[in-house]
Design a protein around this ligand. Structure first.
Ligand SMILES: Cc1ncc(COP(=O)(O)O)c(C=O)c1O
Length: 371
């Protein structure tokens, strides 16, 4: 008996010691969600060399789901948990052009919820496969219909959330927790990483959560920091910012995913933004490829868009060497291999600069066949 008790004490002690050791292990986590955030910032040395400022890209694709949307998914789901809205059978519903879906699906796996996603028919089949691989149920909806149409992905998601018991609709466009996630994580990180020296922040606006949350935090610290939103040609956000009116004539199809809108999201706090720059598909595509070629950073299409916006802004604004510019790179280029990184796709769009035909002959792909 005495021996048994002694053994038990010995085992308990060993377990405690081992547990302590694991909490000292560096860069070791209990699950993938713990690795969200604290993304690196990397100086751009070539693409923006004409601009005298120091320019840094915040690499949000280093989040485990390879995009900035991991931050909002975990924040919104954990808020619902804290409010007692979720149970073991809960379903998390969302509309998404991809990234938020990956993030929500990832969070659902770790936390044990079901995931239902309504996506636009602009979404590439490989993105849908990715969502399905993460266990999500996917509804594909037409982009060409009005947001109020019952077939739009907003309405489909709302209907599923309404009809599914114990469900939570993430509703990233109209959820203040989207903005809040960036106010509590991305904004403070940028402030700390730049030691408060940031002078300009450029961010693409889709839901507006990223730019609004970061801007709110940064302007509280220093109201002089310039916040520049990046919108797509074909979207209404810049027009609304400039005129206060929804200009239907601005709406037309475009290729960049995740940026711009045909509605005004409440997650977008226009009063925190100083100005908007509008970029087009073509220049954003070239910029995306330039970043890969010159900085060895494989960003997504909106990484190119935000960089292109800085180049356009620099045509009409003066920077000094004391300026410190931060660009947010929202997701990874691996999601665009058949789009902006494909010569074939570029040629289909009529985007010929930088494509195979224009490449230095020495670097063209050569096919070596057996005789
Ligand atoms: C690739 C990409 N870039 C930029 C954004 C814009 O971020 P936010 O919705 O926070 O404005 C999104 C949002 O969906 C995105 O998926």
């Amino acid at each position: 008996m005495k021996r048994k008790i002694l053994n038990q004490i010995k085992n308990d002690y060993l377990c405690r010691v081992l547990k302590d050791v694991s909490s000292y292990m560096k860069n070791v986590y209990d699950n993938v969600l713990e690795t969200i955030g604290n993304t690196p910032m990397v100086k751009l040395n070539r693409v923006t060399k004409e601009i005298p400022a120091s320019v840094y890209a915040k690499l949000e694709f280093q989040n485990p789901g390879q995009s900035i949307k991991d931050r909002i998914a975990v924040h919104i789901v954990e808020n619902a948990e804290q409010r007692g809205l979720l149970n073991a059978n809960s379903v998390i519903v969302e509309t998404t052009s991809g990234n938020t879906g990956f993030a929500v699906a990832m969070v659902c796996i770790i936390k044990g919820y079901k995931c239902i996603l309504a996506v636009s028919d602009k979404t590439k089949p490989e993105k849908i496969s990715y969502l399905k691989a993460l266990g999500a149920k996917v509804y594909v909806c037409p982009t060409s219909v009005e947001p109020e149409d019952p077939r739009s992905y907003y309405e489909v998601a709302k209907r599923i959330a309404r009809e599914t018991p114990n469900s939570v609709y993430i509703n990233q466009y109209f959820n203040e927790l989207n903005t809040d996630a960036h106010y509590h994580s991305t904004g403070p990180e940028i402030w700390e990483q730049t030691e408060g020296k940031i002078t300009h922040l450029f961010a693409c606006t889709g839901t507006g959560g990223t730019i609004s949350g970061c801007a709110k935090f940064l302007k509280e610290r220093n109201p002089n920091i310039k916040i520049i939103g990046v919108d797509a040609e074909g979207s209404i956000l810049k027009g609304y910012f400039d005129t206060g009116k929804i200009r239907k004539e601005d709406i037309r199809p475009y290729q960049i995913e995740g940026i711009g809108k045909n509605l005004i999201p409440s997650a977008l706090l226009f009063d925190k933004i100083d100005t908007f720059v509008r970029v087009n598909d073509e220049n954003s595509a070239y910029a995306t490829r330039e970043i890969a070629l010159k900085e060895a950073i494989m960003g997504g299409y909106t990484s190119g868009a935000v960089t292109q916006a800085l180049l356009q802004y620099a045509n009409t604004h003066t920077f000094t060497e004391n300026d410190l510019v931060v660009l947010i790179y929202p997701d990874h280029g691996s999601r665009y291999i058949t789009k902006v990184y494909s010569d074939h796709w570029m040629e289909e769009q009529g985007f010929v600069q930088n494509c195979a035909e224009n490449q230095d002959k020495e670097f063209r792909t050569e096919y070596v066949y057996d005789k």
